[in-house]
Design a protein around this ligand. Structure first.
Ligand code: TYC
Length: 102
C-alpha cells in the first residue's frame, strides 16, 4: 500500500536527489602547424574572448600543450567542439579541440 507524505516531505526528497547537470570544459590542443593568429581568431569568435585574453589562452596552449577556452553544459560544449573543428578543417589546419567533464 502507498505511504502518504505531505508535500513538503516529497519536495525535500526530490531536491536532495536533483543534481546540477554536469559541465564540460572545452580545450584546445597544441600542434606544430596551425598559425597562432588563426587560433587567436578562433578563441575570440567561438568563445567570446577579447583579443588579449584569446592571445593568453593561445600562448598557454602553445606552451603547455593544452588550454581551456570555456565551461559549458554538454550540448553547448559539443557544438563548440564541432564548430571549431569544422572551421579549422575548412581552413586546412590540424587544430584539435576536445571536451572533458569539468
Ligand atoms: N604551436 C602553434 C604554432 O607554433 C600555435 C598553436 C597554438 C597551435 C595553439 C594550436 O591550439 C593551438 N604555430
Amino acid at each position: 500500500m502507498a505511504t502518504k507524505h505531505d508535500n513538503s516531505t516529497v519536495l525535500a526528497r526530490q531536491e536532495q536527489k536533483l543534481k546540477p547537470p554536469p559541465m564540460y570544459q572545452v580545450l584546445l590542443l597544441n600542434d606544430d602547424y596551425t598559425p597562432m593568429e588563426f587560433v587567436v581568431a578562433i578563441i575570440q569568435e567561438f568563445f567570446s574572448k577579447d583579443r588579449e585574453t584569446a592571445t593568453q589562452i593561445m600562448l598557454k596552449v602553445h606552451r603547455d600543450g593544452r588550454g581551456m577556452c570555456g565551461v559549458y553544459p554538454k550540448d553547448i560544449a559539443c557544438t563548440k567542439v564541432e564548430l571549431v573543428l569544422t572551421h579549422a578543417r575548412k581552413a586546412g589546419h590540424p587544430l584539435q579541440c576536445v571536451m572533458e567533464e569539468a
